[in-house]
Design a protein around this ligand. Structure first.
Ligand SMILES: Cc1ncc(COP(=O)(O)O)c(C=O)c1O
Length: 453
């Protein structure tokens, strides 16, 4: 009989060595020079791994330690400032291992009640930060893309319940909305009515009204606002956008995959005026709320339309108790990992004040860095940061110089920063989500850029 499910003294040692590696991975600073290696090199190293006899646990761990991990960028390095990095807490990361070890089916209450109750408590915390009523509810998904898709499918379904004979459908979103929102429109085969942004990259009520005006060619069922655009961290004027949604009876979904995490601190929450009026919102704890991948929260003001849109039915599902809270009903999925549990465990371990404090550190670092950029004659600050993304530009740098600096400093392990563009022109973008990113280290980058040729 295969021994791979058996447990003996050798297994015990093996299990401890894997856990030991996980702890080491967390505890010891990662080499920031780690990053992608050529496919041919990795394929060659892996050639003997999957064979009829297997390479063995010892050899598999050697491959992980010596070959595979060094070929993955440490997203939690404090000087990883590109795209949207991550900075999970120790409790959240360690508890993710427990989730894996526990084989919990998180789709239905009867399978995962204990875990789902805790996930729901974390979701209620998020809903409460936003100011949604106690009846709000939702589910943890794999990422912001899955959140946007599931929320907009719900919004469309709710619209069709009210307008069964509606023709071609569309939702409205700005030019700055995340790529996943446009991808959602393609998957749903609906149009996007584009809303222009103001000089600070935000959706305003006036621009939304202008975009909705005279669009008799499509039935618009929702507006997607951003609470923290990915490129510049801009927050749409949610309160006034909510007025327009109320006037036109439109579902308001806020994509806060990155930025809504800031709600956990009072200064961050103060920037989200109107969030209490949304029909649904998404926030990814795996981005800026200190949870490991993959963890994204989708919260509905009223979860009932989501259940009507998403619940799956089949003979083999008849046994599921539909009177209970079944997370599978609130998004496009059936089986699910209880991926909200590491966030809950971390919240329970450290308390919500620790979250506010960590959030404030990142906000203050971004603010301090932006002020330093603005004070320098050799750099331009392109936009006042609303959150923790800063766009800036050294004077007279050609695109090639950006690429060289970025590649060299990544190679040396100094920092990972990649250029973006703003208003059609190349610039630097940094995104701070890690409380261990220091202002001194960031200021050193400015000095370094100033002398880089
Ligand atoms: C604002 C925003 N929405 C959605 C997403 C997509 O999230 P995910 O990559 O978790 O699918 C991102 C990712 O960066 C984002 O920044």
């Amino acid at each position: 009989m295969a021994s791979m499910h058996a447990w003996d003294a050798k297994t015990e040692l093996f299990a401890h060595s894997v856990i030991g590696y996980a702890i080491e991975r967390l505890r010891i600073p990662k080499d920031p020079r780690w990053g992608s290696h050529p496919r041919s090199e990795l394929d060659a190293a892996l050639a003997h791994a999957i064979t009829p006899d297997g390479a063995g646990g010892h050899e598999a761990m050697r491959l992980v330690r010596e070959v595979l991990m060094p070929a993955c960028r440490p997203m939690d390095d404090p000087m990883n400032l590109a795209y949207v990095p991550t900075a999970p807490t120790v409790a959240a990361t360690m508890f993710d291992l427990v989730v894996s070890a526990s084989s919990i089916f998180g789709g239905a209450w009867e399978g995962g009640a204990g875990a789902i109750a805790a996930e729901n408590q974390a979701l209620r915390w998020l809903a409460g930060l936003a100011g949604l009523p106690d009846t709000a509810g939702g589910v943890f998904l794999s990422g912001g893309s899955a959140v946007n898709l599931s929320a907009l499918v719900t919004a469309r379904s709710a619209y069709r319940e009210r307008h069964p004979h509606a023709g071609p459908l569309a939702f409205a979103a700005t030019t700055e909305v995340h790529a996943s929102v446009r991808a959602t429109a393609r998957v749903m085969d609906v149009d996007v009515v584009t809303v222009e942004v103001d000089e600070n990259d935000r959706m305003t009520a006036a621009a939304l009204r202008h975009a909705l005006h005279d669009r008799d060619d499509v039935s618009i069922f929702a507006v997607v606002a951003s609470a923290g655009t990915t490129n510049s961290g801009a927050i749409d004027l949610i309160d006034e956008v909510a007025d327009v949604c109320a006037e036109h009876d439109l579902w308001l979904h806020v994509d806060g995959a990155y930025g809504l995490a800031a709600m956990c601190s009072p200064q961050g929450r103060a920037r989200m005026a109107g969030i209490e009026r949304v029909d649904s919102f998404g926030v990814d704890p795996h981005k800026w709320l200190f949870a490991p991948y993959d963890c994204a929260a989708l919260v509905y003001r009223d979860p009932a339309p989501a259940a009507r849109a998403h619940a799956q039915h089949g003979d083999y599902l008849d046994a599921v108790d539909r009177q209970e809270w079944n997370p599978t009903d609130y998004a496009y999925h059936l089986s699910r990992r209880v991926r909200g549990l590491p966030l809950w465990f971390s919240l329970a371990t450290y308390g919500t004040d620790a979250y506010a404090e960590a959030m404030d550190i990142t906000l203050d670092t971004a603010r301090g860095f932006a002020d330093a950029v603005a004070a320098r004659p050799d750099f331009d600050l392109l936009l006042e940061p609303e959150l923790s993304i800063v766009l800036f530009r050294p004077h007279d740098w050609a695109p090639e110089r950006y690429r060289r600096w970025s590649a060299q400093r990544a190679h040396e392990g100094v920092a990972l920063i990649v250029p973006t563009s703003w208003r059609g022109e190349i610039c630097w973008r940094i995104c701070i989500v890690n409380p261990h990113t220091t202002i001194d280290a960031l200021l050193a980058l400015l000095d370094d850029m100033a002398t880089f040729v």
